[in-house]
Design a protein around this ligand. Structure first.
Ligand SMILES: Cc1cc2nc3c(=O)[nH]c(=O)nc-3n(C[C@H](O)[C@H](O)[C@H](O)COP(=O)(O)O)c2cc1C
Length: 205
């Protein structure tokens, strides 16, 4: 097996290092965060760090890179208090990935890709049209990770839209049926196939 110590990792060339480290946490969620500025400029960007923080209240978090350079998603969320999470699916992978390009604040990634903004039920932030799972989120709080200056942004689900064919009777959402993507590393996208659902486990007698 390949083996690296912390010191060897730190001495690797930058791109090699970030490719490697970003692959090591396993498959990650693939979301587009939709937001809008107070001036009405829409923004959409790919994030692979969205994760479940709790169900009651329904909280999700995502990791935001240090705000030492302009972060349009962050600025918009702080201005308006809201954002959307939109799962990336097979048909939009190329455009979703392109949203990581550094466009200035006044240029919307919706204009530079074929992704379409959609507004629903008077929610201020734009959703990504045709995304099979769309979540309206309210900003709750943030934590600075002091070790490296990234922020954990915490948001609460306000409402959820799920394509009918994904939602099963017991509440399970079958992401495979929606051809929802997962992210490997910094630029790998896969469409997983659900293999099994396991029963709730109790200790063996
Ligand atoms: C696959 C992938 C995953 C990413 N995940 C994150 C993430 O979790 N957090 C983050 O701050 N940036 C992440 N980025 C970088 C943002 O997409 C990028 O900084 C983008 O320009 C942010 O747009 P904004 O300035 O309009 O908010 C990711 C980029 C890629 C390609």
């Amino acid at each position: 097996m390949a083996f690296f110590t912390k010191k060897q990792l730190s001495e690797k060339e930058h791109l090699y290092k970030i490719n490697l480290i970003n692959s090591l946490s396993g498959y990650k969620s693939a979301n587009l965060i939709g937001s809008i500025s107070n001036e009405g400029i829409e923004n959409v960007a790919v994030f692979s760090s969205v994760t479940h923080l709790g169900s009651s209240p329904p909280l999700f978090g995502f990791v935001l890179r240090p705000t030492t350079v302009p972060r349009n998603t962050y600025k918009n969320i702080k201005e308006t208090g809201v954002f959307t999470l939109n799962h990336i699916h097979e048909d939009i992978i190329d455009d979703a990935h392109h949203t990581s390009a550094k466009y200035p604040e006044d240029i919307s990634e919706f204009k530079m890709t074929n992704l379409e903004a959609e507004y629903k039920d008077n929610f201020k932030a734009p959703f990504v049209k045709k995304s099979p799972i769309q979540l309206a989120m309210k900003y709750v709080e943030e934590y600075e990770i002091k070790a490296n200056g990234v922020l954990l942004i915490v948001g609460e689900i306000q409402s959820v839209y799920i394509a009918d064919h994904l939602l099963q009777e017991d509440g399970f959402v079958n992401l495979s049926k929606g051809k929802v993507a997962t992210i490997n590393g910094l630029n790998g996208y896969a469409i997983p196939n659900l293999k099994t659902r396991q029963k709730y486990q109790r200790p063996k007698k």
